[in-house]
Each structure stands twice: as structure tokens, then as C-alpha cells.
Design a protein around this ligand. Sequence first.
Ligand SMILES: [Zn+2]
Length: 81
Amino acid sequence: MESVERKMDQIGRVVIPRHMRTAYGIDGEGTDVELIPMKDGILIRQLKPSCLVCKSEDNLISYRDRYICEECLKGFNEQDK
Ligand SMILES: [Zn+2]
């Protein structure tokens, strides 16, 4: 896919072209995205669920729209003993 150029508006908004949003799964209104600072720019990607403690994206358990990984949950449970 080729790069595109866009102008930013007064408050920092930039429109991501539809074909790019579709290709990367960020095309639904209200889709959460993550802005990741990189060495020479900003990476925009769909926000993936991650553990609220260690940020791992593996072995997640959801609770009230938040996620925790099995390892951290095990850590909490062992702390109670
Ligand atoms: Zn964790």
C-alpha cells in the first residue's frame, strides 16, 4: 500500500483514508485506536485489549470492559494468602 499525504486541521485531526482504515480494521465509528510514538513518527493502530497491569496481550480475562492476564490474576490471588 502506498503512503498518502494529508493536511491536519486546527485541532490536530487528520482523516485516515477509507482504504487504509478498512485494510487495518479501524473503519468502524468509535473504534479505539492507539497512537504509538516511534523514532521518526507516530504509529496508529487498532487498540488491542491488553492486561491493565503488565500490558500483555496474551491469556486475557475480561471483567467489566477491562482485561487482566492470567499471570497477573494469579499474582493477585497469591497475594491474598
Ligand atoms: Zn498482566
